[in-house]
Every structure is written in structure tokens, then in C-alpha cells.
Ligand binder design. Structure first.
Ligand SMILES: Cc1cc2nc3c(=O)[nH]c(=O)nc-3n(C[C@H](O)[C@H](O)[C@H](O)COP(=O)(O)OP(=O)(O)OC[C@H]3O[C@@H](n4cnc5c(N)ncnc54)[C@H](O)[C@@H]3O)c2cc1C
Length: 373
């Protein structure tokens, strides 16, 4: 079997790690990417599947964290969410926070050294043709391709996801958090992700409700106030602020009609980045892809369930609002209540996002019953 993975962002690299490890060793795996097209450069917080996948090329957090500017992530701390509290991973499991720009330099040489069946190829891929018995990428033929080329242009913006803009900036003052921070503010929420040498912040809001100017002045207020005694030290130069506009999206199908071209990463789905659902989902998509290739299991019902769980999981965070009774939170909590009302949440294990029953209990107690722990 011969497989072509296109893209060397976080999703393409994770796919290469999982497929090299999970498929028989006579499977030829090529990773094709264009070094002139930079990865998105966000997505620094992960779930427990990510260090586990890195572990297949011998990543150990104790020995290799400096290679990725990484810190350990034992859960997510929430602030102003009708209280403050923590959603932990199960004892013994952990994710990491890492520098996405260092990932290819760490993963690719190790994949080449460990797997003689793995190759890295450079080149711009304009099309992936899976119409025939085999897939054509450039002048190469494959049995299967996985398209990890990042965001698609056309999106379905009718999904019940509530923010569509992020202003991301770095504070050069490292901190001692071994968790990601999610802080509700009047226009949405802000993440704080601690790396070994900086903290990256992302102020998320809905540009139909909040102007960019309002967002910037609220960022100023939040950093002036500090976070649990931590004062961000950041440059106010415009190039320290990256603005991302996005619409939440999921592919209508995880695979083409011929069953030989799959999608992963932002090409497969993108929802607002509460609790790192994306990287967790990419790992599940890799399992879905391998089961389709090797066992003939229909991938779409499992992909559809994953999408449904991600959307419901994100909406749990909005259902009861937060400490701010503002137009954004009224809008988001109303939409979230309308959605969640239609589902019996007891039927969900949240198996794609949550590693234990205890974590599920903690999510429900925090976000449904407002008993913060
Ligand atoms: C503000 C923000 C914060 C986020 N935070 C998190 C988070 O904390 N945790 C999380 O899990 N997710 C987060 N996400 C989601 C995040 O976007 C993804 O996890 C991550 O960026 C995945 O990217 P990707 O690999 O799909 O695409 P990209 O990073 O865009 O990589 C695309 C790759 O494809 C290659 N490529 C593109 N076009 C071609 C072509 N024509 N030919 C050849 N190669 C090509 C590029 O060279 C690149 O290697 C966040 C998103 C946003 C917007």
C-alpha cells in the first residue's frame, strides 16, 4: 500500500506519526509539502493523544521539551465562568503546550530515521486526483491520500459556534502554569497558553457583535489587571498582534466518493479552540482513516459523531453564560441552550475529548450545575 499525506502543519505531522506507527511496515508513506507555505502557527495546546503520538518517535517530555519550547498541560483553568475552577486530565495523563513552528524540525528527521518506508517530498500540490483506481498527486501514484493542507476557502457558517475572530499575541514573560487558561470576558473568552519561554494569548470574539477597536481596548484592560498575579510583558508593536478571522467548519464527508482521498486538520474541521478539541479530533480521525483502509469500516458515521460531540462539547461552555451579562453572552448562551435542549446529554460519553468519567463529572458540575471545583 502507498499513501501520500499532503501538508506538514500540525495535522500532517500528526497523521504521519500515527500512520507510520499504526500501519504495517511495508506501507510506503510519503509526506509532501511546500516549505514556502508556512503552517498557520497557532494551536499550541493539546490533549493527551498528542504527546502519546510524539512518543512513537521517542519524545519524552523530560528529555525533549526544550526542542519544542514545551510545557506540561494537566488540564484547563477557567476564570469568570460563573465562578473559577479547573477541569483536570485524569491523574497520570497529560497533554503539552508546544511551539508549532518547531514541530516539523523535531518530527521529520525522527520519522526518517525510524521508518525506512517514510519519505519527505517538497512541492506545491495544486490538486489531488482520486477519481480513478489510484490517487494522483503531481507525478506520483498512491492508493490513498490524506489532504492536510489547512483551512478551506468556502465554509458553512451556519454552525452553532459563537466566536469568529481571534487576536493572538505573545507575552515574553514565562509563567509557571501547568495548565491552559480560559478566561471569560465581556465579548467572548481569552486563552493563555504557557510555553517555556513565553505565554501566548488569544482574545476570541464575534466581529458581528464587537469591533476590533473594542477588542483591543478590552485586551488592554485584561493585561493591565493581570491574571492571578501574572502580568503579561508584551510588545505593543503591531507585528506582535495576529488577527485571525475564521468561520467554523466541517467537511461534509471525511473521504471522497471513491474512498481514497481523506481530509484531516483544518481541512476536516475547525471549531473555536475551547479545550483543544481540534488536536484531539485529528487523532481520532487518524484512527477512523486507518480503520477504513485496513478493515473497511465506513468512516463517515464515526466522523459525523465526532463532529456532533465537538459541537455539543463546545456549547456546554456557553449554556449558563458567564460572569458578564453582555450582548455576546446573551447571544451565545441562548443559542447554546436552544441546541443542547434538543439532545439528551446523558447519552454522550464525550469519548473524543475527555479521558475519564471523573473529567465528565467535573465538566457537568462546572458548566451545567455551576458548582465550580
Ligand atoms: C486562534 C486559534 C487558536 C487555536 N488554538 C488551538 C489549540 O490551542 N489547540 C488545538 O488543538 N487547535 C487550535 N487551533 C486550531 C489550529 O488551527 C490547528 O490545530 C492547527 O493549526 C492545524 O493546522 P493544519 O495542520 O490543519 O494546517 P496548517 O497549519 O495551515 O498547515 C498546512 C500545511 O499544508 C501545507 N500546504 C498548504 N497548501 C499546500 C499546497 N498547495 N501544496 C503543498 N503543501 C501545502 C503547508 O506548507 C503546511 O505545511 C487554533 C486555531 C486558531 C485560529
Amino acid at each position: 500500500m502507498k499513501i501520500g499525506i499532503v501538508g506538514a502543519g500540525t495535522a500532517g505531522l500528526l497523521t504521519a506519526l500515527d500512520l507510520c506507527y499504526g500501519l504495517p511496515e511495508d506501507t510506503e508513506i510519503d509526506l509532501i509539502h511546500d516549505p514556502e507555505i508556512a503552517p498557520l502557527g497557532v494551536g499550541e495546546a493539546t490533549l493527551y493523544n498528542f504527546p502519546a503520538s510524539l512518543g512513537t518517535v521517542d519524545y519524552s517530555h523530560a528529555e525533549n521539551r526544550d526542542d519544542l519550547d514545551a510545557t506540561a498541560k494537566f488540564g484547563v483553568k477557567f476564570k469568570n465562568w460563573k465562578g473559577d475552577g479547573f477541569v483536570p486530565f485524569f491523574a497520570g495523563s497529560h497533554g503539552i503546550h508546544f511551539n508549532t513552528n518547531e514541530l516539523a524540525g523535531f518530527v521529520l528527521p525522527r520519522l526518517k530515521e525510524k521508518y525506512p518506508n517514510f519519505k519527505e517530498l517538497h512541492g506545491k500540490v495544486n490538486g489531488i486526483n482520486g477519481d480513478g483506481d489510484q490517487v494522483i498527486i503531481g507525478n506520483q501514484w498512491y492508493d490513498y491520500a490524506i489532504d492536510c493542507r489547512g483551512f478551506v476557502k468556502s465554509v458553512d457558517n451556519s454552525l452553532p459556534i459563537h466566536v469568529n475572530s481571534a487576536i493572538v499575541f505573545d507575552s515574553m514573560e514565562p509563567c509557571s502554569w501547568d495548565y491552559s487558561y480560559h478566561i471569560a470576558h465581556k465579548n467572548g473568552w481569552m486563552f493563555g497558553i504557557p510555553l517555556s519561554n513565553r505565554v501566548s494569548f488569544g482574545y476570541l470574539f464575534n466581529d458581528q457583535i464587537t469591533t476590533e477597536q473594542e477588542a483591543f481596548s478590552d485586551i488592554q484592560r485584561m493585561v493591565d489587571e493581570g491574571i492571578d498575579g501574572y502580568t503579561p510583558r508584551y510588545s505593543s508593536r503591531p507585528d506582535n498582534f495576529r488577527h485571525y478571522n475564521f468561520e467554523s467548519y466541517h467537511a461534509p464527508s471525511i473521504v471522497n466518493r471513491n474512498g481514497n482521498v481523506f481530509v484531516n486538520g483544518n481541512r476536516a474541521l475547525f471549531f473555536e479552540p475551547l479545550q483543544s478539541t481540534s488536536i484531539g479530533a485529528y487523532g481520532f480521525i487518524n484512527n477512523i482513516i486507518m480503520d477504513a483502509m485496513c478493515k473497511g469500516i465506513n468512516p463517515n458515521p464515526r466522523f459525523n459523531k465526532l463532529v456532533e460531540e465537538c459541537i455539543l462539547f463546545i456549547n456546554l461552555h456557553y449554556r449558563n453564560g458567564c460572569d458578564y451579562d453582555t450582548p455576546f453572552w446573551k447571544y451565545a448562551s441562548k443559542r447554546s441552550q436552544d441546541l443542547l435542549f434538543r439532545y439528551d446529554l446523558h447519552n454522550y460519553n464525550w469519548e473524543y475529548m475527555i479521558d475519564t468519567f471523573q473529567m465528565k463529572e467535573r465538566m457537568y458540575s462546572n458548566f451545567l450545575y455551576e458548582c465550580w471545583q
